[in-house]
Design a protein around this ligand. Structure first.
Ligand code: FMN
Length: 185
């Protein structure tokens, strides 16, 4: 598949089969993804992979974190259980951290480089038939979550990438043509 097809065929996949994903497959993806452009080769990223037994521990601890944050305060036990079942179905959680160092400009560069690397992960996963979805916001950016994944003081979460074999591949979400956002100088 060429780069254009790969980019156009990637989807954010949010539901997965129960077929396990080999850890080596994720490692293989990461070994290529890290060839993303990054200024002065600072290679600002680090990864925390929750897969297999690690995924089970991760889901337990994530549930505890969400509980402590009051996410289930207005929910019934049944709703809480159904949420847990839903996240338990995600075979792989890959947390991508980036090192926060240097000037504001350097920090921006490092976050951008990490984002480019995450797109590589998603494209490489897609090429192998794996579904992935980049998750961010809410609890992922909290200190409690940083502690959960063992982030160092100078690391921040860039995103959490869920991966697995797709149960449902969503249709293409159309974009505004680039030419409508293009100005010739
Ligand atoms: C920084 C970032 C954060 C995202 N966060 C979420 C998220 O929290 N939950 C989610 O379901 N999708 C999330 N997405 C995926 C987008 O919703 C998705 O890319 C968009 O709907 C377009 O769909 P597509 O990726 O299938 O083309 C995120 C994407 C990016 C780049």
């Amino acid at each position: 598949m060429n780069a254009r097809q790969l980019i156009l065929e990637r989807r954010s996949v949010r539901s997965y089969t129960d077929q396990p994903v080999p850890s080596e497959m994720i490692e293989e993806i990461l070994e290529a993804a890290i060839y993303a452009p990054n200024h002065k080769l600072r290679e600002p990223w680090r990864f925390v992979l929750a897969i297999g037994e690690g995924q089970v521990r991760y889901v337990e601890q994530l549930m505890e974190l969400l509980e402590a944050r009051g996410q289930f305060d207005q929910k019934t036990d049944e709703q809480r259980l159904s949420f847990k079942e839903k996240i338990s179905e995600v075979p792989v959680f890959l947390t991508v951290l980036y090192h926060v160092q240097g000037t504001d400009d350097q920090q921006t560069e490092d976050l951008l480089a990490t984002a480019a690397m995450i797109q590589n992960i998603q494209l490489l996963a897609s090429e192998l038939g794996l579904g992935s979805c980049w998750k961010s916001g809410k609890h992922w950016f909290t200190d409690e979550y940083a502690t959960l994944v063992g982030a160092h003081d100078e690391e921040r979460v860039a995103g959490v990438i869920q991966l697995g074999w797709p149960a449902v591949i969503p249709p293409l979400k159309k974009r505004t043509p680039a030419r409508e956002k293009l100005t010739h100088f």
